[in-house]
Design a protein. Structure first.
Length: 364
């Protein structure tokens, strides 16, 4: 290299160093990232995998908003790992992210269930208010801190149906010995009333119900349940929404992957998650009404509300379980007290705002 070339190289090198020191954010903003995301739900599942507000839709939003700087490859349940192994895969660093519901991880922490939904808990509006404007999201991260993961809401079903039963439910006595697919805290509540509660991935519910391996099953709501064909295995379809009044999905992210992102990409992920949550719950509201009418009018489904004495006993059992679990673990107690305090405040407002609207305007 002659002197002239050496000087040119030196000047160019100095400029590059100066530029990187003067504007590290600019250089960092040009970095690209590639993640792998697994999912607890089977391929092509509306809402849970594909469609408005789904994880694949979320990925599209993130890639578009980031200009392709954050690309995410999606794997539905069974395509890379089994349905319920996403949490451990993220914790171990095998993958960067997983889409599921936090109540699937109750074995890791009982408190995780509060972030999905709670029996006799808050509506979509109340639950989202607690997460974003109470301590909910902060506590979610605190619960997951020992696992080196973070989480954000990515969808919401709204009020879910109580479920499908092969025989009618007329009293609490009908629960004794009943084998039922039911996740989350509701499984413990049913268990206290004599139900043999089981957690099955979505793709396994219909064959288990059809073959009589289980006697009852809960999944989501009319549209999703009809797609699984649950009405072909049971005809008694109950509602109240007692167990899951606002079921929230979770995007679980390895903390190392999250902290590697620059601030603008973090903001994009969080904003896309909020958008997907709103889009998914409104999509659910748009499709469930027609699906329920079809099930009742064209498929012989008997849709009804659980008897009040049954609901009252479920309520009693729910708070017995919650108080027992909160007494065992300081973190569960902390989350429980935050949730219940916010719920009491939101219930007072809802009684003034939504209550009269439902009673006087909606019903006429």
């Amino acid at each position: 290299m002659d002197r002239r070339d050496f000087l040119k190289a030196g000047v160019a090198g100095s400029a590059a160093v100066t530029g990187s020191l003067a504007a590290p954010a600019v250089v960092r903003a040009q970095e690209t990232f590639t993640w792998r995301m697994t999912n607890a739900y089977p391929p092509n599942s509306p809402f849970y995998v594909v469609g408005p507000g789904s994880p694949t839709d979320l990925i599209s939003k993130i890639e578009t908003m980031s200009g392709g700087r954050l690309k995410i490859q999606h794997f539905a349940a069974g395509e890379l790992i089994p349905a319920f192994e996403g949490f451990d895969a993220v914790v171990s660093g095998t993958i960067e992210a997983n889409a599921a519901n936090s109540y699937f991880w109750s074995g890791k922490s009982f408190a995780a269930q509060y972030f999905t939904t709670m029996p006799f808990g808050m509506s979509f509006l109340g639950h989202m208010a607690w997460l974003y404007h109470g301590d909910g999201l902060k506590l979610w991260h605190e619960v997951y801190e020992p696992f080196n993961v973070v989480a954000f809401p990515i969808n919401n079903t709204g009020v879910q149906m109580t479920g499908w039963f092969r025989e009618p439910v007329e009293s609490v006595e009908d629960f004794k010995g009943l084998r039922m697919r039911i996740p989350g805290l509701a499984s413990q509540v049913y268990g206290a009333l004599g139900v043999d509660a089981r957690v099955l991935p979505g793709g396994e519910i219909f064959p288990a119900l059809e073959r009589g391996v289980i006697d009852a099953a809960e999944f989501v709501g009319p549209y999703q349940d009809r797609r699984l064909g649950l009405h072909n295995a049971a005809k008694y379809y109950y509602t109240t929404g007692w167990h899951e009044p606002a079921t929230t999905g979770e995007l679980l992210i390895a903390k190392s992957a999250w902290e590697a992102l620059p601030a603008d990409l973090k903001a994009i992920v969080q904003t896309a998650c909020m958008a997907a949550t709103l889009e998914s719950v409104t999509w659910s509201e748009a499709v469930n009404g027609d699906a329920l009418v079809d099930l009742v009018e064209n498929h012989g489904v008997k849709a009804s509300v659980l008897p009040k004495p049954v609901v009252d006993r479920l309520r009693e059992a729910t708070f017995d379980v919650l108080e027992t679990e909160a007494a065992k673990d300081p973190m569960v107690k902390k989350v429980h007290e935050s949730y219940m305090a916010f719920k009491a405040k939101h219930d007072r407002w809802a009684a003034v705002s939504e209550g009269p609207w439902h009673a006087m305007i909606l019903r006429g």
